[in-house]
Design a binder for this molecule. Structure first.
Ligand code: MLT
Length: 387
């Protein structure tokens, strides 16, 4: 029996997938699996029981990935599961910024008692006039699941689309419209594009990447869309650029005290993935990943451990070892296991940066004594009896 704990509400259609060997607990210390959406886990202490954290969403900046890796806690996310929801809001954000729809609606709201509103509306409407997106240049920084979808829709809207992503995956490249201009230097996007949208994860390397230096390289009157994470953008620099007339509008899906109520900013309360469909898709994916890992030790869509799949174990036992990616580890594991007279008919070892994960199916039942000996090997973070 495995226990799971929900740090945020998780869609029922996902929770319904849990098989009878999974049960919800209200005590996080008792859980082998934690499901989370946006709650921050950075200041949490993790119990020794915890094996997996599954985030129903793409961004994982609310989870301490390294700390989890060193404790042998596998962190999953749900890439692509909410990409359509976010894409639709990005397109809406682009249209809201190009036409003064927000200003117009606010004016209408303020005229509730005006009996001449129809006539006055015709007089005032020029104040809210905007521009169309057709034939404009859209620059997309980051061609993951969301960036690719935005690019393809924008092409259908008659835009000239520039895409920049030095790490684009083969899958993303296959899905991308052939008409998207592949840019090798992000400066080309800054110099050429009328509208720029950012779709990269928040990491040390990307924090503040849109700052005054990047803003200076952009065209006058540029529209900036941020549906990725607020800290990717130096928002104080953006406010200064709005005042200076460099940035026409900044659309952000992250409400904070820097941008709220500021001239030129359209701020949305993180609604990108807040659709029934996205919430359902994310919950289903997060729960399937967690079940597969807890039941079989197989890892898919982890952000801190490598992908690894040995199917369902049909041998006497399965051991999973979380360790540093360094020389001689496999030799040491098999020496310890072999010294107990235990045969390893199947094994696999995968790595991701400095971290590695090895699984071994063994022909005799796994004992606590064996596990204790494996744990003593230098560079091992955790050893788990999967079966
Ligand atoms: C994501 O990271 O998937 C999106 O920002 C949506 C969300 O956090 O719910």
């Amino acid at each position: 029996m495995f226990q799971y704990y929900c740090m945020n509400p998780i869609a029922k259609v996902g929770l319904d997938l849990f098989r009878e060997n999974f049960k919800e607990t209200k005590e996080i210390e008792a859980a082998e699996g934690v499901l989370v959406r946006s709650a921050s886990m950075h200041d949490m202490e993790f119990s020794d029981r915890l094996l997996a954290v599954s985030r129903a969403g793409a961004g994982v900046n609310n989870i301490p990935l390294e700390k989890c890796a060193e404790k042998g806690i596998v962190v999953f996310n749900t890439p692509g599961a909410n990409a359509n929801g976010v894409k639709e809001l990005v397109i809406a954000g682009m249209l809201l910024a190009s036409r003064d729809i927000v200003g117009g609606i606010e004016w209408v709201k303020s005229q509730a008692d005006n009996e001449n509103i129809a006539k006055d509306a015709e007089k005032i409407k020029k104040k809210f006039a905007g521009t169309e997106v057709e034939n404009k240049k859209l620059g997309i920084i980051g061609l993951g699941a969301i960036g690719v979808k935005v690019a393809n829709v924008a092409k259908h809207m008659g835009m000239e689309v520039y895409g920049y992503d030095p790490y684009v995956s083969v899958d993303a490249a296959w899905n991308l419209s052939r008409d998207v201009k592949h840019v090798l230097n992000v400066d080309e996007i800054y110099a050429e594009c009328d509208i720029i949208t950012i779709h990269v994860p928040l990491m040390d390397a990307t924090k503040g990447m849109i700052g005054s230096e990047a803003l200076e390289k952009m065209k006058d009157g540029v529209i900036l869309l941020n549906f990725a994470r607020d800290l990717l953008v130096d928002e104080k620099a953006v406010l200064a650029s709005i005042k200076a007339g460099k940035v026409r509008k900044y659309v952000s899906d992250f409400a904070n005290s820097t941008t709220v109520g500021q001239e030129g900013c359209i701020v949305i309360p993180h609604l990108g993935a807040s659709t029934e469909e996205s919430e359902d898709n994310c919950a289903k994916m997060a729960i399937k990943e967690m079940m597969e890992y807890l039941e079989n030790g197989n890892i898919k869509n982890s952000v801190n451990y490598p992908k690894c799949d040995m199917g369902v174990c049909d041998k006497a036992g399965r051991i999973a070892i979380f360790h540093k990616n360094k020389a001689n580890m496999i030799v040491k594991f098999s020496t310890v296991i072999g010294s107990k007279g235990i045969n390893i008919p199947e094994m696999t070892s995968k790595s991701k940066g400095d971290i590695a994960y090895s699984m071994m199916d063994v022909e005799s039942p796994v004992t606590e004594e064996l596990i204790e000996e494996l744990k003593k090997i230098d560079g091992v973070f955790r050893v788990r009896i999967v079966k």
